[in-house]
Design a protein around this ligand. Structure first.
Ligand SMILES: Nc1ncnc2c1ncn2[C@@H]1O[C@H](COP(=O)(O)OP(=O)(O)OP(=O)(O)O)[C@@H](O)[C@H]1O
Length: 378
């Protein structure tokens, strides 16, 4: 019998991070609101002009991440992935709800409202790897300054100890430790991303939010960085929230995947199950567009016989999503996906489907998830 998401056994019992009823709503600037009021019945093709006055970038998300797990967060551009990641980092003042993190000492910090003494602990233990290795490194700082800054600011490390620790982490991410005094421009995109990873890991975090961490890299470099992230995870006992629009990458590195659509999680499943048999029509469409896997990527965990997901996907038709992502300031009533869903009925236009447990460990927000899952069985 399906149950509500809040009661489900789909999530780990003692999570490292628990996000509950997280909402990040952005009020649009006044000019955009004026335009919207002047043209309330804009045709769909007049996209780009918001029709509402608020964008619900994240709208009631519940997630739990277990220690040592990699949770993928996927969805089209604009569905709220980055906003959710930044709310987890505690840098979204608009965030409402809870982001509860269990520290190494076993205390719980709410990133949405940390006590003053917890701010530095959170910044040390929860770190971020950014997408763009060019924009995210200050070109006027040396590697020693860039990577050393969190050690200096968060842990008060200085002098030769600072140099030693920076050199050690540079070596660990595959860079030459004697390059301490070089500037970012001397490095390639892949090397810069290694610097970004070193900067994230140097104060000894436990949770890392990787936001499109390999999207800006050449395909050949991408697999090296992903393999590095997986090695570091095993070695340092890291937990990852892995934000990506690239499902082929997510398939290789994640234990579970949360699929977002217009600010909500519409499916949450273990990776192998999600790729073998998606429960939500949106997931099904995203997966049908995934290209053949990159053979250079190591799999984090075996996902069944080699024939499994890839071959099944080859047999599956490519599903073209109708139209673009709706205006996020005026989402459709009922199921937010119904305007693009090939299975939608009148019920979908009227009733919001709750995120509920469809099978053990698997949640979906679709009125017809059970039927679709059976119909889509390979
Ligand atoms: N500061 C902001 N003010 C107003 N709207 C915002 C702001 N930041 C994000 N948004 C809107 O919130 C929605 C979600 O954006 P977000 O960047 O989180 O999506 P995303 O899935 O990460 O997309 P992408 O992959 O393109 O970064 C979008 O409609 C975006 O335009």
């Amino acid at each position: 019998m399906p149950t509500d998401a809040a009661d489900t056994a789909a999530a780990p019992a003692n999570p490292l991070l628990e996000v509950s009823d997280l909402r990040v709503h952005f009020r649009l600037p006044r000019a955009a609101r004026r335009r919207a009021r002047r043209a309330p019945d804009l045709p769909e093709e007049a996209a780009g002009i918001p029709r509402g006055d608020t964008v619900k970038a994240v709208d009631g998300v519940d997630l739990r991440i277990a220690h040592g797990e990699t949770l993928g967060l996927v969805g089209e551009s604009g569905c709220g992935k980055t906003t959710l990641g930044s709310a987890v980092m505690g840098v979204r003042p608009e965030a409402r709800g809870h982001v509860r993190y269990r520290t190494a000492q076993g205390r719980v910090i709410d990133a949405a409202a940390p006590a003053p003494e917890d701010v530095a602990v959170y910044r040390r233990e929860v770190r971020m790897v950014f997408q763009d290795p060019y924009a995210s490194l200050n070109p006027r700082m040396t590697l020693l300054q860039i990577v050393g800054e969190p050690l200096r600011v968060l842990l008060g490390v200085t002098g030769s100890e600072l140099e030693d620790r920076v050199a050690a982490i540079l070596a660990r991410v595959g860079l030459r430790p004697d390059h301490l005094r070089r500037y970012p421009h001397a490095f390639s995109g892949g090397e810069r991303q290694r610097v970004g990873i070193a900067r994230a890991l140097v104060p000894g975090p436990r949770l890392v939010v990787a936001d499109e961490a390999v999207s800006a890299l050449d395909v050949s470099v991408r697999s090296q960085i992903l393999n590095l992230l997986q090695d570091l995870q095993a070695e340092m006992g890291l937990t990852y929230l892995f934000v990506s629009h690239d499902l082929s990458v997510v398939e290789h590195v994640c234990d579970r995947v949360a699929v977002m659509y217009l600010g909500r999680v519409v499916e949450l499943s273990p990776t192998a199950a999600l790729f073998a048999r998606p429960l939500h029509p949106y997931t099904e469409a995203l997966i049908s567009a995934v290209p053949v896997p990159d053979p250079r990527l190591r799999r984090r965990r075996p996902v069944g016989p080699p024939e499994a997901a890839g071959a099944r996907r080859d047999r599956r038709e490519r599903i073209r999503l109708r139209g673009d992502l709706p205006d996020p300031s005026a989402p459709p009533p009922g199921c937010p996906f119904h305007t693009r869903c090939r299975h939608a009925t009148d019920r979908c236009a009227a009733e919001v489907p709750p995120l509920r447990e469809i099978a053990p460990g698997r949640l979906a927000a679709c009125h017809y998830a059970e039927e679709l899952s059976l119909a889509g069985a390979p």
